[in-house]
Design a binder for this molecule. Structure first.
Ligand code: ADP
Ligand code: MG
Length: 284
């Protein structure tokens, strides 16, 4: 490998929006055979909006909306932004707690407000049927409990990136195995995966478990590139043989990654592998 060709290859890649951090990362990318993609913010645009709000009949719907919106205004999660925009988030919140991979717990005007997935509301009976229907459509359903009682559900939907389907097709055409890794639950993840042509989905993964799943693929002999955008993707990006951060994502993801993809365009994932294959081949 001549330093000159590596530098030239790096320069060409950069012009096309693929920023390799080191010469070594450009060489290693050639050997990648598996692409692991985070869902929110990587396959989707990461800007969910509320699509459904289904309060139980015996509550004051407006009040529940306001309690939930206020509680979520304290959270940094992408779904939280959507929910706080949906209601008017102006009640005083105390004792806010984010439970990673689960949801949030807060006190709002003396009420205990919980918003999150089934894991967060374990032991509380929820409207499973309504949730499953929403999830079938690729929406993320979150359950609400007020003072320990089920009060309703709220669902968000995120749009899929324009180039996602074509990008996945291109990765497969190049002989790459494509896997979706997400903290969202299985039914929602499957619906999104189907729309972009991904056949392999690992869902319901806690933030602390993401890196472990990447390691598991590596133990099976795979050379893994992980693409992600979020704070909780950083350990998985560092664990992967090659970490790819969306240029639209968090600074922490970019720090942990070997490659940054400008504009967060998923087609750049395939481009990165192609450019590495070409550059390294030309050197020989
Ligand atoms: P991802 O980044 O893939 O969405 P997370 O681990 O961050 O995965 O979240 C997993 C799930 O936990 C979400 O799909 C949602 O159901 C729930 N959750 C996380 N944060 C919140 C929040 N602020 N409000 C409600 N639910 C949340
Ligand atoms: Mg993400």
């Amino acid at each position: 490998a001549t330093p000159t060709s590596i530098m030239a290859g790096s320069g060409r890649a950069a012009e096309q929006g693929v920023l390799f951090k080191t010469a070594e990362s450009l060489e290693t990318t050639k050997h990648i055979d598996t692409i692991v993609l985070d869902k929110t913010g990587t396959i989707t645009n990461g800007k969910p909006v509320v699509t459904d709000f289904i309060p139980v009949p015996d509550v004051d719907a407006e009040q529940v909306k306001q309690l939930v919106a206020s509680a979520e205004s304290e959270s940094e999660h992408p779904v939280a932004q959507a929910i706080s925009d949906f209601g008017s988030a102006k009640l005083a919140v105390t004792g806010f707690e984010a439970v990673p991979g689960h949801g949030i717990k807060a006190h709002v005007e003396g009420r205990d407000v919980w918003v999150g997935n089934r894991r967060l509301l374990a032991g509380i009976a929820v409207d499973e049927q309504a949730a499953e229907q929403l999830e079938q459509d690729g929406k993320t359903a979150m359950f609400i409990a007020i003072d320990g009682k089920y009060a309703g559900l709220i669902a968000v939907a995120d749009t899929i990136k324009d180039s996602a389907k074509a990008a996945v097709e291109e990765m497969k055409r190049m002989g790459l195995r494509v896997v979706m890794l997400t903290g969202d639950q299985q039914r929602t993840a499957d619906a999104i995966a189907r729309q972009v042509g991904i056949d392999e989905v690992v869902a319901g993964v806690l933030p602390a478990e993401k890196a472990g799943h990447v390691a598991k693929l590596q133990q099976q002999g795979r050379k893994v590139a992980m693409a992600g955008d979020g704070l909780n993707d950083a350990p998985a990006l560092a664990t992967a043989d090659i970490g790819m951060a969306m240029g639209t994502g968090t600074a922490i993801a970019m720090e942990a990654a070997d490659i940054t993809l400008m504009q967060g365009d998923l087609m750049r994932v395939a481009d990165a592998v192609r450019m590495s294959r070409l550059t390294v081949r030309n050197i020989k």
